[in-house]
Design a protein around this ligand. Structure first.
Ligand SMILES: [Mn+2]
Length: 401
């Protein structure tokens, strides 16, 4: 059986709403033309409570799939809570973006109720074509602290006489090794022939319990992550050969460039940014998404505000979607003052002493030099009741005149 594996369509994402819809449409059209069934690994919607126009877009997107004569048919559906309203072999799970409180409807479930797909979250769907059976157990996206408990409770088991797929939507430690809480390959249930995962937006092939783990990545860019510069698309997996092809869609080009500076002037920063943008534009005629990561330092006497990054973004607004990250670009002044704050020292004074001396200067400026600075400082440091503080400070000051 030929199975299209599509994931993370993010219909209704704010940043690239048109791209999300157009690219999802192309992926689903190609998938339904080339595969016997479609498996969707979560995050079909970008939000758990999408607006009605987003739900309408999704219905328009899925309706043509319902009109197709599919080579594969749904043979059975086993679930504790979900119901099934179609025989279409369009099998989905909910992702982390669609997750609602237990027992509450989520937008993916609505598409299930409408009969456009089967929500196989925490359920097993068996599809059949010419005597071949494929069983899909789905585990919708869960928070990291619930996933182990849920897997233990559900205890997913392969179905005998079928090609078994475990489809889930989680961060996996071996792929994202920065959180010990993420599940690991060896914690996934054993005995399945193929593991499919959504959630991770770049394309990955790995091995779990000696079988393939496939992640097709998202069909749209939602964050500006460097790993997402590859063209987007989906996979078609063939159960008879245990191989897959990646099918590209016309996704908007995404370019990430890193620029290093060493005591540069704002003019030099602007010139380098513009050169990098021009170079990225020269690669094609589309309107790419360009992310510039600025690193290193700008010269003494300049601050981030001098860089004029907004002017660059405005200049290229018709040619590119720009994202310029200058958070890693430091200036000597900022460095000096943050270091002082960190160390709690200003010219040998503690933060409190420094605060008192500023307050004294200000009092002197406003002819209150005879006031007890220490007493006023303590009154102002009281964070319990702002109104009470204001009242007592005003009383204190008027008593000084
Ligand atoms: Mn996602």
């Amino acid at each position: 059986m030929k199975l299209a594996i599509v994931s993370d369509l993010h219909i209704g994402c704010d940043r690239f709403a048109e791209d999300a819809l157009a690219q999802a449409k192309e992926a689903l059209e190609l998938a339904s033309a080339q595969a016997d069934a479609i498996l969707l690994a979560g995050d079909i919607f970008d939000k758990r409570f999408p607006k009605p126009d987003v739900i309408a877009d999704a219905i328009d997107l899925f309706r043509p799939l319902a009109d197709r004569q599919w080579p594969a048919k749904v043979e059975s559906f086993t679930s504790k809570s979900n119901k099934v309203y179609t025989k279409l072999p369009v099998i989905a799970i909910s992702g982390t973006h669609e997750r609602t409180a237990e027992g509450r409807d989520n937008p993916l479930g609505l598409l299930g109720l409408a009969g456009f797909l089967i929500d196989t979250s925490e359920a097993t769907t068996i599809i059949e074509k010419d005597g071949e059976r494929v069983a899909i157990f789905g585990l919708g996206g869960l928070s990291e602290d619930h996933v182990r408990e849920k897997m233990e409770e559900l205890d997913p088991k392969p179905v005998s006489g079928a090609f078994n797929i475990f489809m889930f939507h989680q961060s996996v430690y071996e792929i994202l090794p920065f959180n010990e809480g993420f599940i690991r390959y060896d914690e996934l249930p054993k005995g399945f022939d193929l593991y499919l995962c959504g959630h991770i937006h770049s394309r990955i092939e790995a091995s779990v319990h000696g079988r393939k783990l496939l992640i097709p990545g998202s069909t749209v860019l939602t964050q500006f992550k460097e790993a997402e510069q590859e063209k987007k698309g989906f996979m078609i997996f063939d159960t008879s050969t245990y191989t897959y092809n990646f099918k590209y869609i016309n996704s908007r080009r995404f370019v990430v460039k890193e620029l290093h500076f060493d005591g540069a002037t704002p003019t030099a920063v602007t010139e380098s940014c513009e050169a990098a943008i021009e170079q990225s534009l020269a690669d094609g005629k589309d309107k790419p998404i360009i992310k510039l990561n600025l690193k290193g330092s700008i010269g003494a006497g300049f601050s981030g505000a001098d860089l004029g990054l907004h002017a660059i973004a405005a200049k290229y607004s018709n040619k590119a979607v720009l994202n310029i990250d200058s958070s890693k670009l430091t200036s000597p002044e900022i460095d000096g003052s943050t270091e002082a704050i960190r160390d709690g020292k200003f010219g040998g004074m503690s933060v409190k002493e420094r605060g008192m001396s500023i307050l004294y200067e200000k009092l002197k400026e406003h002819k209150f030099e005879s006031a007890d600075t220490q007493k006023l400082f303590e009154m102002l440091s009281d964070t319990s009741n702002k109104e009470k503080v204001l009242k007592s400070v005003l009383e204190f000051l008027s008593a000084q005149q």
